[in-house]
Design a protein around this ligand. Sequence first.
Ligand code: HGY
Ligand code: MN
Ligand code: MN
Length: 419
Amino acid sequence: MGAGIAVQNMSLGEEIVGRINELGAISEDADKLTRIYLSKELRIAADLILGWMRDAGMRADLDAIGNVCGRYEGDRPGLPCLMLGSHYDTVRDAGKWDGPLGVITAISCVAELNRRGQRLPFAIEVVGFADEEGVRFASTLLGSRAVAGTFDESVLATRDRDGVSMRDALVQFGLDPDHIGAAARTRRELLAYLELHIEQGPVLEAQNLPVGVVTAIAGATRLAARLTGMAGHAGTVPMALRRDALSGAAECMMAIEQFCRTDTHGLVGTVGYLHATPGATNVIPGQVSFTIDMRAPADMHRKRGVTDVVRQIEAIAKRRDLSLQLDVTHENRTAPCAPWLKQQIARAIAAEGYPVFELPSGAGHDGMAMIDIADVGMIFVRCRGGISHNPAEHVELADADAGARVLLRVIENFRPREG
Ligand code: HGY
Ligand code: MN
Ligand code: MN
């Protein structure tokens, strides 16, 4: 049952690592991994993944928003499915495991069932979400929200850094922006949503464990801020008369960091992107745009933290005579993992001979959207040093193999929730 897998003389882990490397080479940058939503690289990646899905015995295609979707029928056609997934887009200068490990491991598990000619009393669907990171259009979870039927059409008007709207990017990708609704699924079609993902943190490594059971996915709020002062000559404007937008942004960043450092409820705050104009050495910056990402295990603490940080930013802008534009671009509540799924994951981990360890996810995942149409379960796989969103992100072969064996065991022994 799950052990002693012979995959054409390869372990599941070896098949997975080989595919991680193959997919990890598909990037818009020659010397780093960046694969953003609706890019031509995402299309190349989609075609590669669809081929793996079909080789694994699945019917596979792109859905209306660019997710790659494969279906492995149960012991009779048309059964509701256990949906397995993760995302196949990346952040900029990314690691190659964040997202793809879940998609590729799920495909390898289905391929193993297919090799055995094994059919289960439910279908299995594997989905690679096309935009979990939200790099291109600020909002995030676009692929999983479309599947959950909660996609916000107003995002279609959002423009990327080059001024291309999501609507136009979909058309260029060969999709119909007025047809996104076709990607939506219903609760009746899904028995559960299960995601395997790297931990992206140091806890499993500290526990010396290859896998863990996720308890909840921390909620997140993303904001876009713009401070506008007055550009001026760096040599002639006295310091007291300046309306320097970049100094104002710097004070905001320090306020965010200080506030989160002193918080006692696990609040974290990050300014991940900042752009100052006009951007010349001898010109006082007139305008600065920057992003804010805030998270906490409990929604109440995150929301209170956001309110307090916004108040501090407003006070800084006022004192410095800077005008402020501050918008929430993304908000996701904390998503609890379902106890009945945690139990089945724990049973599979124990059956593979590992201690069962539960931990929360500080990182966001597509389960935050999928929870609107299915109960959610997650398996974490150890990543070296807990490093992620960084090209140094790495998973040892043995841990990739352990994750695959646990996921396969969950699938084979899966029991839909009673009642
Ligand atoms: O931002 C996150 O937590 C996820 O990696 N998108
Ligand atoms: Mn990520
Ligand atoms: Mn991820």
